[in-house]
Design a binder for this molecule. Sequence first.
Ligand code: ATP
Length: 267
Amino acid sequence: MTAPALSLQDITCTFVSREDKTQRYTAVRDVTLTIAPGEFVSVVGPTGCGKSTLLNVGAGLLAPSSGRVEVFGQPLAGINTRAGYMFQADSLMPWRTAVENVMAGLEFRGVPDAREQAEHWLKRVGLGGFGDRYPHQLSGGMRKRTSLAQTLVLDPDIILMDEPFSALDIQTRQLMENEVLQLWAEKKKAVLFITHDLDEAIAMSDRVVVLSAGPGSHPIGEFTIDLERPRDVAEVRVTPRFIELHQAIWDVLREEVLKGYRQQLAA
Ligand SMILES: Nc1ncnc2c1ncn2[C@@H]1O[C@H](COP(=O)(O)OP(=O)(O)OP(=O)(O)O)[C@@H](O)[C@H]1O
């Protein structure tokens, strides 16, 4: 059996409370989550339940309080160098042009044809003519595309995405989702995709994992998304099977979202 691309085993993360340093807050408890090579997995859950925490653990940016992380069968120590990230806020350097942003990671690795590769990836994400623009000269969607090129140019085996499109308008968002699916279909990397949006999770994924409300959040449901590929994220949403899956997952998620909401009101 091939090792999972990413395996989180019995992960618990306890933080010192920001408000009261004597208090501890266990965001996630005993979470086990594996992603096979080439698999697209989304994690959904109520706000503040610990989705980003898990992603950060998988990225090696946060050491769990207990539990183990394995990357292609090897224990993870430090930063996950097999993974590329895309976060909600794009992390483009304002003093660098689009192409210079995309090539930064390759330069850091000492790759000689960094600029050529970056230009190639800018073309792939539909920004062929925009390489010499600075981030402030690009629209929100274009900045996202640049971030996507910045992630993919490094050819990571695992892609970690934390609500990458949540700041985009719905049309741009759907375009980007379709583009990501097309690029993913070509190279089939393992993807861990965090989102608030159940429609987005179902439309994109092979599997959707539902987390409970915190504290001590953990998976309470796991659904295989057996919708045919290739998918158009807008079209697939109106198919009977999509609606069926949506209902089944929402049945599990609804109560947790309400719990999460009540907790926020009480805080
Ligand atoms: N470094 C930290 N110190 C203290 N508490 C933290 C820290 N990081 C996260 N938390 C808490 O852990 C919980 C989970 O946070 P996390 O950002 O992982 O949730 P999330 O599901 O990604 O949230 P959202 O859906 O709102 O983005 C939250 O209650 C948060 O306040």
